[in-house]
Ligand binder design. Structure first.
Ligand SMILES: NC(=O)c1ccc[n+]([C@@H]2O[C@H](COP(=O)([O-])OP(=O)(O)OC[C@H]3O[C@@H](n4cnc5c(N)ncnc54)[C@H](OP(=O)(O)O)[C@@H]3O)[C@@H](O)[C@H]2O)c1
Length: 311
């Protein structure tokens, strides 16, 4: 007998007694309360183990306004409809649209939308200082450091100072500053999960990617040091290194040139943001003694940064 059938068997006589033998005015709300409680408990029992582990967990996602970050928010809600999400990025209008979409997926989700530029240390400080302490900050369980970007394909000697700065400030310093604040919260309760989005570029640097590749190598090194530093805690630290994913990433790299961005995906079937989101949620949803330290994810045509089979 499934838990659901068991509750139905118990609930039916209670419901019948309340409905058939008594006039409307004599309904016993007590019975209905019992049934509602049982059905809620049953729904939990019949939900997946991952949904139960993530139930009411508080997740902060950086770069949630598009691509992998956006998909990760959707995947968390699909997996655990009563999840609590803090969605951040620079484009608040996109975050508000996402919030409305997530509310349609689940009425039980709690969502806080906060504009945040992770490349600006002052803004990161402002964000953490302003985060409601009891309701959100102290309850933080999972940090997904996803915000990141690449600018240009220039070779060393021709790279602008501005591009160097924005890539390092976002992909490295931003991720470090967000992590420092989260680690302090996680240490206080000896639990928490950090998932950093790295890249194959951090493992296999390529010409025209010196700055971006080195930022992702830094993410990788930072993640590994942190995991080892926290070895005597129940705080988990993971890095996900995607290969080619079709998002706004290439559009940003080519400064809005759609034709150039499209050419990156010509003759291949890249991963989608949803593919990576499923892996992030899988990592976060393991039993708390299970650490998926490292995940390298390719579409089937890709064997390395520049090793592609194109039709
Ligand atoms: N697409 C790929 O092929 C690929 C491969 C490997 C790794 N990755 C990594 O995956 C992560 C997500 O990228 P994506 O592919 O999903 O690209 P995307 O669609 O361009 O999304 C990037 C996200 O980062 C946010 N972001 C950028 N700068 C930010 C800043 N200063 N402060 C806060 N948020 C910022 C953007 O939001 P706002 O513009 O609204 O701020 C956006 O939500 C990045 O770390 C990227 O390096 C991507």
């Amino acid at each position: 007998m499934t838990p659901f059938t068991a509750v139905l068997r118990f609930a039916s006589p209670v419901l019948k007694a309340s409905v058939s033998k008594q006039p409307f005015s004599h309904f016993k709300p007590r019975n209905y309360k019992t049934i509602t409680t049982l059905f809620t408990a049953t729904r939990k029992m019949s939900s997946s183990a991952v949904a139960q582990r993530l139930s009411r967990k508080t997740v902060l996602i950086t770069g949630a306004s598009s691509g992998i970050g956006r998909s990760t928010a959707v995947e968390f809600v699909k997996t655990a409809p009563d999840i609590r999400l803090i969605l951040t990025a620079r484009r608040q209008d996109q975050l508000e649209l996402l919030k409305a979409e997530l509310r349609l997926l689940s009425a039980d989700v709690d969502i806080l939308v906060e504009q945040l530029d992770v490349s600006d240390p002052q803004d990161v400080k402002r964000f953490w200082d302003a985060l409601p302490k009891e309701q959100w900050k102290d309850k933080l369980d999972i940090l997904v450091n996803n915000a990141g970007l690449v600018k240009g394909v220039e070779h060393v000697g021709d790279i602008t100072e501005e591009d160097i700065h924005i890539m390092y400030a976002t992909n490295v310093t931003g991720l470090i500053n967000m992590t420092q604040a989260a680690v302090a919260i996680f240490k206080a309760k000896n639990s928490g999960t950090i998932v950093n989005i790295g890249s194959i570029a951090g493992r296999e640097p390529y010409p025209g990617g010196s700055i971006y590749c080195s930022t992702k190598a830094a993410v990788r090194a930072f993640t590994e040091s942190l995991r080892k530093e926290l070895i005597n805690t129940r705080i988990r630290v993971s890095v996900v290194d995607p290969g080619q994913v079709e998002t706004e990433f290439s559009l940003v790299r080519f400064r809005g040139d759609q034709a150039k961005a499209d050419s990156v995906y010509a003759g291949v079937e890249p991963l989608t943001g949803d593919d990576i989101a499923e892996i992030v949620v899988f990592i976060a949803g393991r039993r708390d003694n299970v650490v998926i330290a490292d995940a390298l994810v390719f579409p089937s045509h890709q064997g390395g940064t520049s090793h592609m089979y194109r039709k």
